[in-house]
Design a protein. Structure first.
Length: 134
């Protein structure tokens, strides 16, 4: 090995462009978005590798195999923002997400709206403070 090989290797590393981070799996497919009256995105639901992701501030905050659950989570975020802002957020949903959620609701013998309401009621019950015993 030559005396200059380490110096050349170090120089090559300094001038080389950094390798980009390569994410494994399918690209993210945005299926629903929640926007405020000014048009800024508050939250989104995306599909990647058959899994539904809830995105807030560009980060994945929840994952589920259920399209209806993903839509219910996005509706919950919309309700939380609706209470904070006078104009209210706008929810846009892809036909693919709506169809998948409607299929899940049909399996449970409900309409999509009834199923989403049932999921919201289940969430409220799960996060309710424990009842005081007398």
């Amino acid at each position: 090995m030559s005396q200059n090989s380490k110096a050349r290797r170090d120089a090559r590393r300094r001038t080389a462009s950094p390798r980009s981070f390569r994410r494994l799996g399918d690209p993210l497919q945005i299926q629903a978005s929640l926007t405020d009256p000014s048009g800024d995105t508050l939250a989104a639901v995306a599909l990647r590798d058959g899994e539904w992701l809830l995105l807030l501030d560009g980060s994945t905050v929840a994952r589920t195999d259920s399209a209806a659950m993903a839509l219910a989570m996005l509706r919950h975020v919309a309700r939380r923002h609706d209470a904070d802002s006078p104009g209210g957020p706008r929810l846009r949903c892809s036909p693919q997400l709506r169809a998948a959620a409607a299929d899940e609701a049909a399996v449970h013998g409900r309409t999509l709206d009834a199923h989403l309401d049932a999921l919201e009621a289940e969430r409220r019950e799960r996060h309710a403070p424990p009842a005081a015993t007398a």
